[in-house]
Design a protein around this ligand. Sequence first.
Ligand code: ZN
Length: 387
Amino acid sequence: MKLAGAKPVMLVLFVDALGWRLAGSRAEFAAPLAHRREIATILGFSSGALPTIFTGRLPREHGRWLMYRRAQGQTPFAGFGALKLLPPRLRRSWRLTQVLTRAVASRVHGYFNLYEVPRDELPAFDLAERDDIFRPGGLPGDSLWDSLDRRDLRWQGWNWRTPEAVALRDALAHLRAGDRDLLFVYTADLDALLHHEGSTGAQVKARIARYDAWVREAFAAAEAAGRPLWLYMLSDHGMVDVTEHVDVMARVDALPYRRGRDYLAFYDSTMARFWWRNKVVREAVRSVLGAESRGRWLTPEELRAAGADFANAEYGEDIYLVQPGALIVPSFMGSKPVAAMHGYDAAHPDMTAMLASNREVPPGVKHLTDLRAFFEREIDAQHAGVA
Ligand SMILES: [Zn+2]
């Protein structure tokens, strides 16, 4: 019988929005993670990218793409239509937002934000994410978390529900105790800092330095417990610095048609999505936005290639996407601009995600959809090592 060594511990640090280029721009960043790979992302935002990573499937298959989709039956915003009776100033108030957010949170257990979606227009929409997508059973179909459950692994995860500093500290404590086989930390802090400051911001730099230091601490902690550490740092997309603002809403609003009556629209920060009442309105809106050179209408072929073609068009019958670096202002996401954004053409180099590890990364791991199988193979290898 082969005398097995100590079982390795797997540690995953998932830094939302830590793009390949940003991570690579810092010399010596996370130096112990010598195996690095550019990971192609998908069109859309984290609400589609995370389910894609955790299930290994494209949005078309798992059904998650953008935070808001058209309501088809039940919606957590039922009854919100009555808010149109309130004076506009009150409708946009911070206090009302707090009350509404609490009401929605009692119906939905996924990540959501009401942003500046007009409150009385909410009932036309639905939140795609209803459950905790970081847990077994929290996604449509089988996910990485379900696999972990089946393997009877001692694992623990942290996500946006826990402050980053607490999650990073607790993960190190478990490494030191040597009482878990897999630790998973997801943080969206860098994403928020990047939106706020852009890629050259001081807090962005400081946060990246913190992750770098944490990687070194993690190796020391595992060593103290006498267990080899397999560490993986990954992201779901990068971030593009914003260089121009496009007022898409003004162009559409100038037409003699009314939102809600003649068409339905949802204005994300990089996409304007429409559902039509009739062809005449569709042609008018397509033509007026077709004249805006800083964006374009996505073709059905492009959406199919991106894995974002949905049979019921719940994310939009027609979708207008702005070019990388452009921001739709105002949008339902905000009336004030931000310094950086994602949700652009996935082929833009600043959009590329990353995977870095002290373990070898096989050549076939190059897209978000490859990550789940990669981690499952690593778990098999971890298990085989002590068999
Ligand atoms: Zn973001």
